[in-house]
Design a protein around this ligand. Structure first.
Ligand SMILES: [Zn+2]
Length: 178
């Protein structure tokens, strides 16, 4: 996990490492995807999340056409395949726990190497989790939805997952493309 410049998503206003976000650059009055983060010009950053991409496409302030919207949604879909696969094998390894209470227990015991939060986690729950790790250097990533994460564990919804092994956590980062 090398350090990276931080940018703010224009949709959810959360900050994240630049490399993990979509960069859109204005070209002749509309936005285009700057895949390699190399283009000059006025730019915005968006989470690689359907929630944020949809939100921004509805905002008249940003001229996101259907073509770009579909391109971004498709990229997200493809990008999720590997991490979902990785999560499945992490679950099989047993080096993982889920749910706020169990995750907080593992955090308190310094056993959590990485927390994975559903993108649609409530603000209240997110603050609760962040408060619990404020004195610890545990990385957090947002990935997928409560429903999709729940499916992996055979539950209706899962809001947070803790990966309990540093090496496995690193492998998950890699699967996320980070
Ligand atoms: Zn966002």
């Amino acid at each position: 996990m090398k350090s990276n410049p931080i940018r703010t998503c224009v949709a959810c206003k959360e900050t994240a490492e630049k490399a993990t976000l979509f960069k859109l650059v204005e070209r002749e009055g509309k936005y285009v995807l700057d895949e390699k983060h190399k283009m000059d010009g006025r730019s915005i950053y968006i989470c690689k999340s359907p929630l944020c991409v949809k939100k921004i496409s509805k905002n008249k302030k940003y001229n996101i056409d259907t073509e770009l919207l579909l391109l971004l949604m498709n990229k997200i879909k493809i990008a999720r395949k590997e991490p979902i696969k990785a999560l499945k094998s992490i679950i099989n390894s047993g080096k993982v726990t889920f749910g706020i209470k169990l995750v907080q227990e593992q955090v308190a015991r310094n056993k959590a190497s990485l927390l994975v939060l559903a993108e649609d986690i409530s603000k209240k729950n997110e603050e609760k989790i962040k408060f619990g790790i404020k004195d610890k250097k545990i990385p957090i990533v947002k990935f997928s939805t409560k429903e999709e994460l729940g499916e992996l564990f055979g539950k209706d919804e899962v809001t947070v997952i803790a990966i309990l092994n540093k090496k496995i956590a690193g492998g998950f980062f890699k699967a996320l493309g980070r």
